[in-house]
Each structure stands twice: as structure tokens, then as C-alpha cells.
Design a protein around this ligand. Structure first.
Ligand code: BMA
Length: 361
């Protein structure tokens, strides 16, 4: 275990410089999270893993279990979960994890001092298809005010708000989370993607999302804007940016397929994101990444770490270790070919796991 970093924070001073409207009425714990994230990004890069504590390779639902912890002895500093299908009033999300379990794991991660990020692969509110249903280009338009599915969408936001408002620790303190909806929008594989709606409508979707959550009393959330990979330049990245008053974290999702182009695209995208983050005084993150099945035994120290180490990233998060798709995993597990190398990555002073952070003190 690495030495726990105790943080001394001054919420007042740190917060004023970069908080937008989204902080105005947020809870003290949410403000602490924001301040501590800012401090942390100068000390190291937090490691994250999607669905880390709910299932892994060869297991599901075991109390306290995590493939990452089984390999290095520590939980990730960031764990993400997905809210997909909460809008349908279902008990389980699109990947068959119950929302009660997700709530419990969010609280567990808060009690460890780590952070939770929530994505939302929302169903298509117009066609009834899934998030990947791009058969209609009027979906975003249909849910904006005046659109035929606006009321339906506001009901969906109610479901999200109810869940976010229900995140409370045993003392009744609302647990802060990072919410990352409408991601990978510079690609065109989700109904909110680039070719599926105008920039103006995409921005309106964001504003409506944040405003409707706030109207329902959601005050325990920071917001992340995260594009697809391969940033062209700051104009392209900011083309659909909804505004500094709404966003706390700026990032992108990028996966390795071919190693040469991954390294080249990541370097260039991180340079662009680094500049934008500085200019807008926002934290930056690689909100999703990974190399499916991690076939490269030294990927963690020889590819990922050299790419990210020179940037003031808040976190880098790898996608899920699917228990139902044999090759669909992004973190090591005991015996996996990159497990030993992951321990080296863990031991590097620039990476932060949950025992290195306390984001609420
Ligand atoms: C994708 C895949 C899918 C999953 C979705 C939402 O990247 O992992 O299997 O359903 O994310 O978690």
C-alpha cells in the first residue's frame, strides 16, 4: 500500500477560481471533491476502472472483490458505473447490474475516499431502440422543449435525479459523483452523436440535462464533458462544448486497436486537451481507455504510463472486465498476461489508487 496522502484544503480559495454555475448550490462534500481533484492532479494521475467492484473475470457480486485489487492490493481511485436503463424504471442497468448494488458500491467508494463517475447509455427516447440506435436524426430535437418526446425525456431525468438524490451515506450525507452523460459525441454511433444533431441542439441537450437535475434538487454532482478520440484542434473539441458554467471536467475516450496510431493520436489529443484545460481552468481526464484483453504484457508501463505521465490529468479510466464476454476486458486479473506489469504501474509514484487519495477531507 502506498502512503495515504492527507489533504489540507481550503475550499473557499480553491473553489472560487474555477467553479461555474454547477457549483453554486452544491453540497460541501461536492465542493471538497472539486477542490481535492484540483490538488490531486498536481500530485499524480488517479487510476479508474468501470464496474470494478460489481463483477470481473470469473466472478460476480462477491463482497469487496475487485480484479484490480486482486492484482495490486488496492482499489482504483475512480470507479465508474453506468445508469443505462434507469430511465425505464428498471431494477438493473443495461449490463445487468442492479441499481441497488450500484448505489451500495458508490457509497463504499465514497467511504474509501475515492471517486465515482457515472456514464449513461440512455435508450433512444424517440424510436424505443438502444443508445446505439442512430436510425433517426431528429431524436435530440424531439426531446428539447417543444419536441414530441420532451415530457417523456423530463420523466427520464426524474429517474436519474431520484437515483442521484438517493446516494447517501449512513449519516444521511449526500455522496458526490461525477456525471458524464452524452459522451463520445464527436463520433456518430450514439443518438446524440455528431451527425445526429446540430451543435446548437447538442448544447441545449446539455443545458436541459443539468438544469432539470438541479430543479429536482440534485446538488451532489460534478459534470464531465467527454468527446470521442482523435481531437483535431481546440475549435473542433469546443464546437459542442456547452459552457464553462456547466462543466467541471473535460476529457475524451480513446481505445488502442493499432499501437502506432494509438500512441500518435493520444499524444496529439492530450496536447490539445492540455491546452484547452489550462485556458478554461478545468480539470482534464482520459475518461475511457484501454486495450481490449490487454495482450501486451508491458502495456501499463511501456505504452499507457509514458503517454499520460507528462500531463496534469485528473484520472485515466479503463473500461469493464465483462463477465459475459470472454475477451471484453481492460484491467488485469490474477494470472492475466499484464498482471505483473500492472503492479509496476501501481508502484510508480505518478499513479494514484484509492489508498493514495482522500477526496472528502
Ligand atoms: C460498451 C460495451 C458494452 C456495454 C456498454 C455499456 O463499451 O462494454 O458491452 O453494454 O459499453 O456499458
Amino acid at each position: 500500500m502506498k502512503v495515504k496522502t492527507l489533504l489540507c484544503i481550503n475550499v473557499f480559495v480553491l473553489c472560487l477560481s474555477s467553479c461555474g454555475v454547477s457549483m453554486e448550490k452544491s453540497t460541501p462534500e461536492t465542493q471538497k471533491l472539486l477542490s481535492n481533484l484540483q490538488l490531486m492532479s498536481s500530485r499524480g494521475i488517479m487510476f479508474g476502472h468501470h464496474d470494478d467492484t460489481v463483477y470481473g473475470i470469473g466472478w460476480e457480486g462477491d463482497e469487496g472483490r475487485s480484479d484490480v485489487k486482486s492484482v495490486c492490493g488496492d482499489y482504483p481511485a475512480v470507479i465508474s458505473f453506468d445508469l443505462g436503463e434507469i430511465e425505464l424504471g428498471k431494477d438493473e442497468n443495461l449490463d445487468k447490474v442492479s441499481f441497488d448494488k450500484i448505489r451500495k458500491e458508490i457509497i463504499n467508494q465514497y467511504e474509501r475516499g475515492g471517486m465515482v463517475s457515472l456514464s449513461w447509455h440512455a435508450r433512444n427516447p424517440l424510436t424505443g431502440g438502444d443508445a446505439w440506435d442512430i436510425s433517426d436524426t431528429t431524436v435530440v430535437r424531439s426531446i428539447l422543449p417543444g419536441g414530441s418526446r420532451h415530457d417523456k425525456f423530463i420523466n427520464w431525468m426524474d429517474c436519474v435525479a431520484t437515483f442521484l438524490n438517493s446516494l447517501k451515506d449512513p449519516e444521511g450525507i449526500k455522496v458526490p459523483v461525477l456525471f458524464r452523460p452524452w459522451h463520445e459525441h464527436t463520433g456518430s454511433w450514439f443518438w446524440w452523436g455528431e451527425k445526429l444533431c446540430s451543435s446548437a441542439d447538442y448544447k441545449k441537450l446539455w443545458r436541459m440535462t443539468v438544469e432539470s437535475l438541479k430543479a429536482k434538487g440534485v446538488n451532489n454532482v460534478l459534470y464531465a464533458y467527454s468527446s470521442s478520440s482523435n481531437l483535431q484542434d481546440s475549435c473542433q473539441y469546443l464546437e459542442r462544448y456547452p459552457g464553462d458554467d456547466l462543466i467541471d471536467v473535460m476529457g475524451f475516450d480513446a481505445y488502442q486497436a493499432d499501437s502506432l496510431s494509438f500512441v500518435k493520436d493520444m499524444k496529439s489529443s492530450l496536447n490539445i486537451l492540455g491546452e484547452i484545460g489550462k485556458k478554461h481552468n478545468k480539470m482534464i481526464a482520459v475518461t475511457e481507455t484501454g486495450y481490449e484483453s490487454v495482450p501486451d504484457a508491458k502495456w501499463w508501463t511501456d505504452t499507457l504510463l509514458p503517454l499520460i505521465k507528462g500531463f496534469p490529468l485528473s484520472y485515466v479510466l479503463v473500461w469493464r472486465n465483462a463477465r459475459e464476454r470472454p475477451t471484453h476486458y481492460y484491467a488485469p486479473y490474477p494470472g492475466q498476461v499484464s498482471a505483473g506489469n500492472f503492479v509496476e504501474f501501481y508502484n510508480d509514484s505518478r499513479t494514484l489508487f484509492v489508498s493514495n487519495v482522500n477526496l472528502y477531507e
